[in-house]
Ligand binder design. Structure first.
Ligand code: ADP
Ligand code: MG
Ligand code: ZN
Length: 501
């Protein structure tokens, strides 16, 4: 089926609920001591297949699982960060199905009694409004291995088998692809700020199933379709968008939506059927007799509450309240923990060298640079703040010099480029490149006079009332000085020269 065109279909109201699988970054797997996490520089796909396995995670008969306490703590933290009720007693259950990459023939998960219930996540919509999405439940489970299919045979890699996950299930509270995207981004920030997951979507460490239905505004919930395992924010929004239009079209043309599981074809931008409800498996869940219930008492919860870091929403609030940043900039800064921490470090340095009255201005300038040049360079070079040579000190120094008008913004960009490349300090670069801003009247005034003499036509126009031409003259002076002239001073002196001539 071709992608329906939005203008051809009157779209119905969308109803979206998301199930997100988050890989927890514990040192060891959920029921054995095999490593679950690799050195930061190595990705799971890079290590040798089946090198991180033992009899427990490969399901040998006679072995017994032992629950990793850290997994329980991480799940409680996820629950606390999303205002869930933490279940004092929860159960581990077997979810039975047969697939080669599931060595035991069942996955250990949670069913009737998950660890956390009834939470809420505040999200920021693209228009700046806040919305609350209810969390239905959060449970822990083990990941399966990975099958790789070739023509005629398949190979198995069980390094992932037994790696801990939390599944975070929302209520069907989102009403557009953009809302679903905002929810996912917020949830991603929350788990990465908590430090319970690296959130790496390419590695599949943060993946999402989207449940989508449509209805006439205000009507009962419609039949839902589940789109499986989409692993980028952009693709999730596209998959939902397609599905909303497809279902709207089905209903508009008198058909019925069938409950099924579909997958997203990122190449065509469409969803395609995987299996219908009739083909859905019966997992025959039952409590795992090898594992005792998980008991979580109030003291433990209190202790974990105390250890919660500042979460993205609180951080956004702090940036807006103490630095006067826009909600939009605050949102960009908190889109990743790395960026937010870098910004905080820049501000720490600036606080030492800036008088209070100027701190908000510096905070805004710093935010503009982090959200602008820094993010741009990270995107362009594929580096992270860890691997790049840029330090918070570099940026703080640049902001301070801009504030003192010792460098122009054009100059600052050149300096930034050099600093990024070499890791040298800002003052070293300025000295090496001769980029100090020119504010000396003995240098600038003769240049201004020369420019005025060179453009008599424009001078006459200016004097006959075409005020806007001031920009032309300032531009010429900036060009003459390779962007090093102090633009405020040039502006003032050009005006003086033109009115006195
Ligand atoms: P299952 O466990 O079979 O996947 P659930 O009832 O637990 O089913 O729902 C899974 C997800 O589907 C939840 O995120 C929920 O919000 C969402 N959901 C349920 N009903 C609908 C619906 N009619 N439209 C869209 N999403 C729905
Ligand atoms: Mg489901
Ligand atoms: Zn193991």
């Amino acid at each position: 089926m071709k992608a329906p065109k939005s203008q051809q279909v009157r779209r119905l109201e969308a109803v979206i609920g998301l199930e997100v699988h988050v890989q927890l970054s514990t040192a060891s797997k959920i029921f054995c001591s095999c490593p679950a996490r690799l050195p930061a520089t190595v990705s799971v796909s890079e290590i040798e297949a089946n090198s991180h396995v033992c009899p427990i995670c490969t399901g040998h008969p006679g072995t017994l699982p032992v629950l990793n306490r850290k997994v329980v703590e991480f799940a409680i933290q996820a629950g606390l960060a999303t205002q869930c009720a933490i279940n004092p007693k929860s159960l581990l259950a077997r979810k039975n199905y047969f697939y080669p990459d599931l060595p035991k023939g069942y996955q250990i998960s949670q069913y009737d009694e998950p660890m956390c219930r009834n939470g809420v996540l505040g999200i920021q919509l693209p228009n700046g409004e806040e919305k609350r999405v209810r969390i239905h439940r959060i449970h822990i489970e083990e990941d399966a291995g990975k099958s790789i299919h070739y023509s005629g045979f398949s190979v198995l890699n069980l390094n992932r088998a037994g790696v801990p996950l939390v599944e975070i299930v929302s209520e069907p509270d989102m009403a557009s692809p953009a809302e679903a995207g905002a929810y996912l981004r917020e949830l991603h920030s929350v788990v990465t700020f908590l430090g319970i997951s690296d959130g790496n979507m390419e590695e599949g460490n943060f993946r999402c199933d989207a449940n989508v239905s449509v209805r006439e505004p205000g009507a009962e919930l419609g039949t839902r379709v589940e789109i499986k395992n989409v692993n980028s924010f952009k693709f999730i929004e596209k998959a939902i968008e397609f599905e909303v239009l497809r279902q709207s079209e089905v209903l508009r043309s008198g058909g019925t939506v069938i409950q099924e599981t579909r997958s997203f074809d990122s190449f065509r931008g469409t969803t395609v059927p995987m299996r219908s409800k009739e083909e859905a498996e019966d997992y025959r869940y039952f409590p795992d007799p090898d594992l005792i219930p998980i008991y979580v008492d109030g003291d433990w919860i209190e202790e974990l509450k105390k250890r919660l870091p500042e979460l993205p929403q609180q951080r956004r609030g702090r940036y807006v309240a103490t630095y006067g940043l826009s909600a939009y900039d605050a949102g960009l800064l908190t889109s990743s923990r790395e960026i937010a921490e870098f910004y905080d470090q820049v501000m720490e340095v600036l606080k030492k060298s800036t008088v209070d009255a100027e701190l908000t201005q510096s905070a805004k300038t710093a935010a503009n640079w982090v959200c602008g040049e820094v993010l741009r360079m990270l995107n362009e070079t594929g580096q992270t703040l860890q691997t790049s040579k840029l330090t918070p000190h570099h940026l703080a120094e640049l902001v301070r010099l801009l504030q003192l008008q010792q460098i122009s913004s054009t100059g600052a960009k050149q300096i930034f480029g050099k600093v990024w490349e070499t890791g040298k300090s800002v003052s070293e670069v300025i000295q090496g490149e001769g980029l100090v801003q020119i504010s000396d009247p003995a240098v600038l005034k003769p240049i201004i006079d020369k420019i005025i003499a060179a453009f008599p036509g424009q001078v006459a126009e200016y004097r006959s009332g075409k005020d806007k031409l001031i920009g032309f003259f300032v531009g010429q002076v900036m060009k003459e000085t390779q962007g090093k002239a102090n633009p405020t001073l040039v502006n003032e002196w050009v005006r003086q020269a033109l009115s006195s001539g």
